[in-house]
Design a protein around this ligand. Structure first.
Ligand code: TXA
Ligand code: MG
Length: 302
């Protein structure tokens, strides 16, 4: 079912039900953070384990300030710089955020999405929303309303907002001021270089944490058919599973920004009866391709 107006989206959410809505990264499966019933429905619909926490989406920084008692100076600056936009910031959680949302963690991931419809909706809701990507657990994320309908049929009403313009999930970061370190927990289209310009020079940027983000298991973003990411210099025919199979290459735009925008649509439409692969070249090892190769390596069978 397609939701016809923002007013209708609001009334479904206020009645403690969930909807799918557009963001600039991917479509999200949303429920009010104050409704335990709605938050439970999100996990159930996605078949997502309760140990994998949800991102809270806000209309603006003011709303986000209420969700953590410890907004440090740098996180505040990054929110002011990149919001609304594809950056999720992890901060100590306040009591307004339930343990169900954070999977029992003492921190919460917060983001202000950059999509006009969703921003307008957020600004008229009684509280922020929790929203993971609107796909079944471990499957490919949706960048169109059709992708959402393919996963959930009529079970979840969808607010139509066109194709997601960024196309990959947000960059997730955490600042540890006492360690003078910014951790990147999930790479996204806001890059390490973008972040570097905005933080003090003596801060380190690290991409590995002692506690990896709970949702970062190897198997993720899986298409419905077999897919292999082939490293530079390796040959598709060297992989035993590929022998005697019909294979088809995944072709990506030369420009990583356009490639990110169309990546999930391409993965959703891979032919089911063939084995697909992406042949990496040396250039795909560079910084600009990190978030794309991160998703492809986890969608890959090896
Ligand atoms: O772009 C996005 O971030 C999209 C759109 C809908 O906003 N959302 C999204 O949500 O990708 P999801 O649930 O598919 O991925 C969120 C990731 C999960 O891997 C989860 O483990 C991690 O964020 N996460 C959430 N809260 C966390 C926390 N407090 N500490 C560490 N990781 C956290
Ligand atoms: Mg997801």
């Amino acid at each position: 079912m397609i939701i016809k107006s923002i007013k209708e989206a609001k009334s479904i959410l206020v009645s403690e039900k969930i909807i799918a809505l557009p963001t600039e990264t991917v479509y999200g499966l949303a429920g009010l953070i104050n409704s335990e019933k709605a938050v439970r429905s999100i996990f159930q619909a996605k078949e997502r384990p309760f140990f994998d926490p949800l991102i809270v989406h806000v209309a603006n920084l003011e709303q986000a300030l209420n969700l953590s008692p410890k907004w440090d100076e740098i996180s505040t600056h990054l929110a002011k710089t990149f919001w609304p936009g594809p950056l999720s910031i992890i901060l100590p959680k306040s009591l307004r955020v339930s343990n169900l949302i954070t999977a029992g963690l003492s921190s919460v991931a917060i983001r202000c999405p950059n999509h006009p419809l969703t921003l307008e909706l957020l600004s008229i809701l009684p509280c922020p929303i929790a929203a993971p990507s609107a796909n079944k657990f471990t499957k490919t994320s949706p960048t169109t309303s059709q992708h959402v309908i393919k996963s959930f049929g009529n079970l979840v009403p969808v607010l139509e907002g066109g194709s997601s313009q960024v196309g990959l999930e947000s960059t997730i970061i955490q600042i540890l001021p006492e360690e003078r370190t910014l951790y990147i927990l999930r790479p996204g289209m806001i890059s390490q270089e973008d972040l570097r310009i905005e933080i003090p020079q003596d801060f380190a940027i690290k991409t590995q944490t002692k506690n990896q983000t709970p949702g970062s298991m190897k198997s993720h973003y899986k298409p419905d058919s077999l897919f292999y990411l082939i490293p530079p210099g390796k040959n598709i025919h060297d992989i035993p599973a590929m022998q005697e199979k019909e294979i088809t290459p995944l072709q990506l735009d030369e420009n990583p920004i356009f490639a990110a925008r169309e990546l999930y649509s391409l993965l959703h439409s891979l032919p089911k009866n063939k084995v697909s692969f992406f042949q990496m070249e040396e250039k795909h090892l560079s910084e600009a391709w990190v978030p794309l190769m991160n998703r492809l390596s986890r969608a890959s069978e090896i």
